[in-house]
Design a protein around this ligand. Structure first.
Ligand code: 5AD
Ligand code: SF4
Length: 480
């Protein structure tokens, strides 16, 4: 099969969208002046993963450029955007619940524009349901159409026709669109979109499309800008960052990209997610070990400890291969913090399969595990697999896994008592306002006391007290 090369959306198309941003802004100013009203306000609600959180920052960037003030209160808004997730059924149910609750707001303010975008809208049966049951929704657009948001909004504003636009091209990436970031200390940077892995339970490849990488020079330019704005930590995002660059001409690798970022920028902390065990290369581990700026943390979803189930999941590695990778990582990067994703109750999961998962969790000793109950996703191969596991069995296994992991997390945290760790301070802790909060390079949450404001600084903290999910301590040294 010929290699599919990713291209950049033509500059003219992006300029056209900037033009629409201006037109929407003028339209908003005109409405405000004619009605003697305040500036237009927008509310963005995000469901799901970091990828979606970052897409919402792009949506907020476009909304800001269209003259909207972003608020966190959906009453009294002119536009409400739901950026949705469909990875599990409960995420979809939440969205429908919130959409239903908007009916009253729309009745009170018929000019309100309601937008639904993100992963859910790339599924035809969901768009049908919105069309039929949620007549208050004005605009639906998919993950491939994000950059066209300004044009779509302009059309809805001026024509007032319900608009649906999903799944356009799948081999292009947009550059140069605005972003309104939630933090001025840490930032997400997308390095690739989509996924080509087709794990048998997962809806993502169907809704996010093929893997498309951004060019190294565009990524580098963005990170240099972030550095000049004082950003201290960058997380590189992609559904499967280890296959970065295969679709570029010339081809690139993820290890090569990390190396380039470390050489060309001075960002103190670099993280990345998500990795796929089948694609993790020895060069990547060596690159992580070589550069102090790359955090000693690896999120490596295992999904199951049973080789039999891993094959049914189409994961393309065995339990032994996974443990080999982990051993190599631990050898090269001592003290690395490891996290994972695990699915409980995949069709056909037996007690023996589950025992393999518990055994793997024990052997690896994860700092933290994100555990999920299997959710049947329409259109995925596993949805039609026989022998779905009964709910009560799944729940009981889930609780056992959680108890095991909680014990391991606590055990690992206990080893931090009395140690000095480096923390990037994110600000005052929300529930304890005389303490600062931040994370270690390994990603552990640390709440600590400091005699002066250390927000945005990387500081040394002595750990004095341990919790299962966080560490507590006191500042011992000023910024380095
Ligand atoms: N059911 C439950 N969990 C799922 N995930 C993906 N698809 C499903 C599903 N159908 C989990 C995987 C993945 C994480 C982001 O979500 O563990 O790594
Ligand atoms: Fe889904 Fe597998 Fe792709 Fe992750 S790697 S997004 S689990 S298909």
């Amino acid at each position: 099969m010929a290699k599919k090369i990713t291209t950049i959306i033509p500059k003219e198309e992006i300029e056209k969208q900037y033009h629409f941003m201006q037109s929407v802004q003028s339209e908003n100013e005109r409405i405000a002046a004619s009605k003697g009203k305040r500036n237009a306000k927008a509310f963005v609600r995000t469901f799901g993963c970091q990828m979606n959180e970052h897409d919402s920052e792009k949506i907020s960037g476009m909304l800001t450029s269209m003259g909207y003030e972003i608020t966190d209160c959906q009453e009294d808004c002119d536009i409400i955007v739901f950026n949705t997730c469909c990875v599990r059924e409960n995420a979809e149910e939440k969205v429908f619940g919130h959409l239903g609750a908007l009916k009253g707001l729309k009745r009170a303010n018929p000019d309100l524009i309601i937008v639904v975008c993100g992963c859910m809208t790339e599924q035809p049966h969901i768009v049908d349901e919105i069309r039929k049951k949620y007549k208050n929704v004005d605009l639906v657009f998919g993950t491939h159409n994000l950059h066209r948001f300004p044009e779509l909004i302009y059309n809805v504003m001026t024509s007032r026709v319900r608009t649906y636009e999903t799944s356009r091209t799948d081999s292009e990436v947009a550059e140069g669109m605005p972003v309104k970031r939630d933090s001025n200390i840490k930032a997400w940077v997308t390095i690739m979109y989509g996924c080509d892995n087709y794990c048998s339970y997962c809806i993502v490849p169907y809704v996010r499309g093929h893997e498309r990488s951004r060019r190294p020079e565009d990524i580098l330019k963005e990170i240099k800008e972030l550095q000049s704005q004082g950003i201290k930590e960058v997380t590189l995002l992609g559904q499967n960052v280890n296959s970065y660059g295969k679709d570029l001409e010339p081809a690139a690798t993820f290890a090569g990209l990390l190396d380039l970022i470390c050489k060309e920028t001075d960002i103190p902390r670099i993280r990345f997610m998500t990795s796929h065990p089948k694609d993790i290369s020895p060069e990547l581990i060596d690159t992580m070990a070589k550069h102090p700026a790359i955090c000693d943390q690896l999120h490596l979803p295992v999904q199951s400890g049973s080789t039999r189930l891993l094959e049914k999941m189409n994961r393309r590695y065995t339990k032994e291969r996974y443990l080999d990778i982990i051993n190599n990582v631990k050898k090269k990067i001592p003290g690395i913090s490891l996290t994972t994703d695990i699915i409980v109750g995949f069709p056909g999961e037996t007690e023996e399969d589950f025992a393999e998962t518990l055994d793997l969790v024990e052997k690896v000793g994860y700092d933290n595990a994100f555990t999920f109950i299997y959710s049947k996703r329409t259109g995925t191969p596993a949805a039609s697999y026989p022998d779905q596991v009964p709910d009560d069995v799944v729940k009981e296994r889930f609780d056992r896994l959680l108890a095991l992991q909680n014990g391991i997390s606590r055990r690992i945290n206990d080893t931090y008592e009395g140690k000095i760790v480096e923390v990037l301070t994110e600000g005052l802790s929300k529930n304890n306002t005389d303490r600062y909060t931040g994370r270690t390079g390994g990603g552990k949450i640390v709440n600590f006391t400091a005699p002066y404001d250390v927000t945005g600084k990387i500081v040394n903290v002595k750990i004095t007290h341990i919790q299962t999910w966080s560490l507590e301590g006191e500042l011992i040294e000023d910024e380095k």
